[in-house]
Design a protein around this ligand. Structure first.
Ligand code: SF4
Length: 95
């Protein structure tokens, strides 16, 4: 299998509390049908238990140079995939 082209491997960490979503991430989730009108997130193939865990996860984003909730990272244009506790990030500049 070919290795995916990515610039960074970013470690996924877990916080004690759920991470807040930015308005931009919410918009992204809504337009891609992953969030309903009530703001409830629904990801295909992700159980409520897993989703709860995902909400508590965050990454030290090397592009935005700050801590970003995993859900937000998941919908980021740079997000490529997630492998064993790491996000493969394309590392392109974000507006
Ligand atoms: S995918 Fe986006 S949010 Fe996640 S680490 Fe890369 S630039 Fe940051």
């Amino acid at each position: 299998m070919d290795e995916l082209e990515h610039k960074f491997e970013v470690e996924v960490k877990t916080a004690e509390k759920s991470q807040k979503l930015s308005e931009q991430a919410k918009d992204e989730l809504r337009t891609s049908g992953m969030m309903d009108e009530k703001g409830k997130i629904k990801l295909k193939g992700v159980s409520p238990k897993m989703l709860k865990r995902m909400k508590q996860e965050f990454v030290d984003c090397p592009v935005l140079k700050s801590e970003i909730g995993f859900i937000q990272c998941f919908v980021c244009p740079n997000f490529q995939s997630r492998v064993i506790g790491k996000v493969l990030c394309k590392g392109a500049l974000l507006k």
